[in-house]
Design a protein around this ligand. Structure first.
Ligand SMILES: [Zn+2]
Length: 465
């Protein structure tokens, strides 16, 4: 697949989507919008649950209270950014904040369905029959919302695959019983049908729609994909592409995903296998159609994702690794290691990857604590690195937390956007090669070798999928 155009915006293939979670957290999430001009040409994924204040949630922003009064999601985000700067003053005053037009970005809307399922379940007093009716209403509201705000793309509404319990939810017996009784497959089938009917009736629906695929085993993934194609035929409606869910984490997954695959000791490669396998299964069935792998855009995954057939992917890992740092660590960023208390956790900096001139960097890919990054490490030349002169500068900003929290947040966003830029750079590099083998031959390193080995095994096992 080559670059595509969506609503007059170019989307390179493959593309890494930055996750913007304003409304889903404080601190860094707010500054993601402030410094978005440093990643202006990188597409973004937003979570419906976080930006829709109809669902009351912990970090909801009052600036989203009238979100439906805007013509586009880009206009809404432009407004929010302006409010954060002028009303909240949440930016580093020594930086000349540049404008960023969010309308230029390709923006994908994801449902945040696991939170919505909990919300609706409670609303229905954990009654399954009521839930079935209500959840369809929520799905229709979701599509109306996406259409009204002219999102470029949307992930079709479904229940998701597996549920995790947060905080006190493990003690919520009503919710637990509800999950046990919930027939996900049945309700997802119903939602898929209702989605197609809605889209057939709304021929001018603005966003490009990605049908969501789930399945706890390779064979169920295959069955689900074929089911979507069957419904497409029956209703004579074609989705734009597919969004693959439930494959971002390999925790507690069915062991059959690894059938016939031998791993090297590289843990990063093992985590990349599940999405690659799922993408390969779907790609074999749907051919050269658009595939987005939800949450699967971690750096080591990218080559496997692409050569197995994915067009795009997202990941919050750059932001999460920055979030690994705590405030205590800011006091010790220039201290000798021996003086550092065990509770001081440093934000992690992406090392490895490529320079802006496409030359490979000497370090192997990793996220390492900022403390351990050499003050003289050469910067990569990305938009974030171009804001500072050295790693020392970055550490100084980080160290200013006690007197100027905004300097600290700025340092964290520079680290976040540097990592995101590296993900985008890898997408650009791999698009230059027609095969995983060609990519490896020109970019030989330990990680790519391990990825090539997994890729060859997945391809040779195609028949068992
Ligand atoms: Zn950089």
């Amino acid at each position: 697949m080559k670059n595509i155009t969506i609503h007059n915006k170019t989307l390179p293939i493959p593309s890494f989507f930055q996750v913007l979670n304003y409304g889903g957290g404080a601190g860094d999430k707010t500054r993601e919008l402030v410094y978005a001009y440093l990643s202006e040409n990188i597409p973004a994924l937003l979570n419906y649950y976080y930006i829709n204040n109809e669902y009351t949630h912990v970090f909801q922003s009052p600036y989203f209270n009238n979100i439906l009064s805007f013509n586009t999601i880009g206009d809404a985000l432009n407004y929010v950014k302006q409010q954060i700067i002028t009303k909240d003053g949440s930016f580093y005053k020594k930086v000349d904040i540049q404008p960023c037009d969010f309308n230029k970005k390709v923006i994908l809307l994801d449902t945040g369905s696991s939170n919505i399922v909990k919300y609706v379940a409670k609303e229905c007093n954990y009654n399954i029959e009521k839930f079935k009716t209500k959840i369809v209403e929520h799905a229709i509201n979701y599509y109306n919302f996406a259409n009204r705000l002219k999102f470029d793309m949307v992930v079709a509404f479904d229940l998701g695959g597996k549920y995790t319990f947060k905080d006190n939810e493990a003690n919520n017996l009503n919710l637990q019983t509800f999950y046990t009784q919930l027939n996900n497959a049945e309700i997802n089938h119903l939602l898929l049908k209702e989605t197609i009917k809605y889209l057939k009736h709304n021929q001018k629906f603005y966003p490009y729609v990605l049908a969501t695929v789930h399945g706890d085993t390779p064979s169920n993934y295959e069955i689900y994909t074929k089911e979507i194609l069957k419904l497409e035929n029956i209703f004579e409606y074609n989705f734009f592409g597919f969004a693959l869910g439930g494959i971002a984490s390999s925790k507690n997954i069915d062991s059959s995903w690894y059938d016939g695959i031998e791993f090297s000791k590289n843990k990063k490669v093992k985590d990349a296998t599940l999405p690659a396998r799922a993408i390969s299964i779907v790609h074999n069935i749907v051919g050269n159609r658009y595939i987005h792998a939800l949450g699967c855009g971690g750096y080591p995954n990218i080559p496997l994702n692409y050569y197995c057939g994915a067009s795009s992917f997202d990941a919050a890992s750059p932001a999460r690794r920055v979030g690994d740092g705590n405030i205590l660590s800011t006091k010790y960023i220039f201290s000798p290691k021996i003086e550092i208390p065990p509770h001081a956790k440093f934000s992690k900096y992406f090392v490895g990857g490529y320079n802006s001139d496409n030359s490979p960097r000497e370090e192997n890919f990793d996220y390492i604590p900022l403390l351990d990054v050499d003050n003289n490490l050469t910067l990569c030349g990305c938009t974030a690195c171009n804001q500072i002169k050295s790693i020392s500068d970055l550490k100084t900003l980080y160290s200013l937390q006690a007197n100027n929290a905004e300097a600290f947040y700025y340092a964290r966003q520079l680290m976040n956007i540097h990592a995101i830029s590296q993900h985008r750079k890898l997408c650009q590099i791999i698009s230059l090669y027609n095969s995983m083998k060609d990519f490896y031959n020109s970019n030989p390193n330990e990680l790519n070798y391990a990825l090539l080995s997994i890729y060859n095994q997945i391809m040779s096992k195609k028949d068992i999928c």
